[in-house]
Design a protein around this ligand. Sequence first.
Ligand SMILES: NC(=O)c1ccc[n+]([C@@H]2O[C@H](COP(=O)([O-])OP(=O)(O)OC[C@H]3O[C@@H](n4cnc5c(N)ncnc54)[C@H](OP(=O)(O)O)[C@@H]3O)[C@@H](O)[C@H]2O)c1
Length: 237
Amino acid sequence: MPTILITGANRGIGLEFTTRYAADGWDVIACCRTPDHAEALRTVAQAHPQVTIEPLDVQDHPAIDALGNKYRGRAIDVLLNNAGIIGPLPIAEHADRQSFGNMDYAIWRDVIETNTFGPLKMTETFVEQVALSEQKKIVSLSSTTGSMAEMSVPAIAYASSKTALNRAMTTVAGELKERGIIVALFCPGYVKTRMDAFGFALLEITDSVAGLRTLIADLTLEDAGTFTRYDGTPIAW
Ligand SMILES: NC(=O)c1ccc[n+]([C@@H]2O[C@H](COP(=O)([O-])OP(=O)(O)OC[C@H]3O[C@@H](n4cnc5c(N)ncnc54)[C@H](OP(=O)(O)O)[C@@H]3O)[C@@H](O)[C@H]2O)c1
């Protein structure tokens, strides 16, 4: 069976991905910051022995290197960069700290470290494992808030971290395409997770992940460097 490595696998979209791939029999390397507090993920792993939980904070580059060494020589079909933050929670109380005139630069740094540096560092570290695999896919969850053409939200830290992720990953996509590796970006939609602190999201996690899994399964090299919504519609940059 194929192998997938998922960051932020303990809740929200990452947990649903883990649950679904595990149910299909995939080997899942399910990374999360604090496995001791990841009860739902541990339940999935107990039901599916081919799920391995690995402690990983994507801001911790030495830890990423160590995990890369641990899995050296192992084929990883899909690297799924899912982990992300919007800023301090609850966002409804802290949103103004990433707005113009009131910017908290420590927050911006934290968000960029997680949402931009994290996926890049994971990709640099695990690219050889992906290259060894059959499917050769590197997928990152971005956001339409990172699109300069489609959306403008006042959350400067979050939106810009995703814009930067998009730019970085399209560059990587061009380079890795020559090696047969597909690098693609997706927006999961506005989903009912912890991130939806305003309570406005209408999309169920199950529906978002079902759509994304179909798109990931159908990825070909032609899709390298694309940015697509969970329902298959392309997102303008
Ligand atoms: N929900 C939406 O509407 C929406 C829309 C567009 C894009 N997205 C993107 O979808 C992805 C998943 O978000 P979600 O909605 O499932 O949010 P979520 O429920 O808040 O889950 C975020 C996950 O990322 C993990 N994480 C955060 N910082 C991390 C770090 N430094 N190292 C490792 N893991 C870390 C969290 O771990 P802890 O539990 O330890 O905090 C959690 O597992 C994110 O990249 C997000 O930007 C979501």
